[in-house]
Design a protein around this ligand. Sequence first.
Ligand code: NAG
Ligand code: NAG
Length: 280
Amino acid sequence: MVFFNAKSISSLVVGGVLMIQAALTGVEGQAWRAHHGLTGAAFQTQFNNYVSQGYRLTHLDGYGLNNVAYFAAIYEQTSGPAWVAKFGLTSAGYQEQFDTLVKDGYRLKKVNGYSVNGSERFAAIWDKSSGAAWVARHNLDSAQYQAAFNTYVSQGYRLKHVSGYAVGTTAKYAAVFDKSAGPKFAARHGLTSAQYQAEVTKLKGEGYRPVSIDAYTVNGQNLFAAVWEQTTGPDWAARHNLTSAQFQAEFDRLVKLGFKLISVSGYGSGSALYAGLWTK
Ligand SMILES: *[C@@H]1O[C@H](CO)[C@@H](O)[C@H](O)[C@H]1NC(C)=O
Ligand SMILES: *[C@@H]1O[C@H](CO)[C@@H](O)[C@H](O)[C@H]1NC(C)=O
């Protein structure tokens, strides 16, 4: 297990050779950074470097390819409450960290499930912000997730983030809900690439903008889970089915136009594909 946090950074052991690493950076002067295609070791090194420069990790996505875990991350150079991030956690390790951190007054901001060698791993970000009541669930299959979603939404919770991953040949979900105020939201999971594209287009017509994307591969099939909010705002862009090079090119093009990456997810079998969301 590898882990790190903003206060005490652990040493890290990762087997294997350092693989392709593509770096994405915002234009000079912009206080945010994004990277994809990082091995655990490369991610840890980069994380240490950014944390020392006052960046906070705002988004972390793990994905397994050929039995190796890779990460995509977004950092912002902002102040804020104490925060902790961990990755490479087993189910039991995640639960243990969760219990400890919640006892210490942290709330879960993001949880990302991913699978490596057919078993699930978790990456998560917590912070000590105060705020509305929240709940988090993980290791739910599609039906269990839908049932939890219905229950929490009927109790006034909103879905903040959902992540899909494969455990063997079954899709599992991890999600964070809270009772914060906000615009109407929409959520979908288990969408194929074509269904996701159709939903983005349909919901756009109804005034929804995507705010969170997670793509995952189960049994060789690429699936999408996303959250939208019905709100006006600056221009946004959603892209998926991009290779690493295509993602990099799209990133560069959009950043030059003033867009900022807000959500990114790696997926696929064998070679990586990426889905991302940008906003101005
Ligand atoms: C996956 O399995 C291979 C072969 O057993 C092993 O070398 C590798 O370390 C494993 N990867 C992870 C991330 O556990
Ligand atoms: C993904 O993109 C490739 C070309 O890069 C295309 O051949 C393929 O049909 C696309 N798949 C989906 C599901 O859109």
